[in-house]
Structures are given as C-alpha cells and as structure tokens.
Design a protein around this ligand. Sequence first.
Ligand code: HEM
Length: 183
Amino acid sequence: MNNTYSFIGGAHGPWRVDGMQAVTGAGLDAVACLDVVNAPPAQLHNKGTWLLHGFTSNVRYAVRDEVNALKGIQQGLNRPASTCAALIPIKKTAAWWALAQDERRAIFEAQSHHTAIGLEYLPAIARQLHHCRDLGEPFDFLTWFEFAPQDTPAFNHMLVRLRASKEWTYVEREVDIRLSKRA
Ligand code: HEM
C-alpha cells in the first residue's frame, strides 16, 4: 500500500488557491493551484513551485474511546459537496519534541482538548493527517481538510479555538492554504 502523498503547489491541479496565510513563521511562495498525488516525489514529473510530502500513519495519541468516537462520526475525503479544502502544514518546536510521549499527550488532550474540540466539527469537516518530520521535510505535519462552502465559518471558528490552546504554543511554523475545487 502506498501511503505517501505529494502536495504540489504550482500552475496545475484540481484545487484553486484562494488564499495563503503565514500564520506563524515563514510562509510558502504564492501559487495558483495545488495538486495532491498519492505518490512519492521521485515518481512525479511535475514538481511545481514547491512540493511537500508526507505519509498517513497509525494514531499516536488517541485513546480507544476517542478512536471509537471519531470512527462513529467522521466522514471520508472526496465527498461531492466538499468543494472547499485547506492544507495547513505545521512544524512544532524542539521543546515539543523533547517531551516524553505522556507529556505530549497531556498537553494535546487534557490541556488543549484537541480531539474534543475537533469532534464538535465532525462530520462537516473531513480530515487527513500526514506525517513528515522524519522525512527531513520543512514541516512536521501536513494537515488536510475538506468541507462544503457553508461550513467555512465553522472551520474558521475551530481554528481560532485550536490556535488559542496550549498545544499551539509549541507551533513554530504554520501556513494556512485555502482551496476550492476547480470546475
Ligand atoms: C476537524 C476536526 C479535527 C479532529 C477531529 C482532529 C483530531 C485529531 C486527532 C485525534 C489527532 C491525534 C492523532 C493521533 O493519535 O496520532 C490529531 C492530530 C493532529 N491534528 Fe487534529 N483534529 C482536527 C482538526 C485539526 C486542525 C484544524 C488542525 C490544524 C490547524 C489539526 C492539526 C493536527 C496536528 C498537527 C496533529 C498532530 C499532532 C502531533 O502529533 O503532535 N487538527 N487531530
């Protein structure tokens, strides 16, 4: 199974870039379109203006009750009504990575309520987390979200809440890229 995904910012692709915001740290070069390809960079012909890649993986922090709650309510990507998307690459600080797993979990959920907050916005928002820290990439995670246009305010509200959390004090780079599906 190929669990590697390449996100190619450039002049081509099914997603039109509506906006790019450097939330924390350096942004990315402005591009018109984004392509998402289920393949590693070595297999790509078009490498675009910038290319980020990551892989889907098993959960690290979610406990059984949370996994069950997520599975019970979440919906998959590629829903016809999901004509909006967001790619939010995130890099966390050295201080975060120096913590032990139990300390990170405590900040992530007990103190920041990441999953509890996120669950409130399901199933309207569909999500996929990609890991890339161990690939030597500029970011640690490539987070991907799909939703219908009318759910954009709810998505923005969730972001305000997550960015105000203790977890986000460990985010040193974050770029918020908003997309809409080209006709
Ligand atoms: C849509 C609602 C959301 C839900 C239900 C949700 C849920 C989760 C869960 C359960 C995990 C832990 C996965 C694991 O156990 O390894 C996670 C990780 C993560 N989420 Fe979310 N999330 C949501 C929204 C967001 C948003 C909007 C962002 C970014 C702006 C985000 C960024 C991340 C990141 C970076 C991680 C990895 C954290 C780490 O491993 O240090 N999530 N999310």
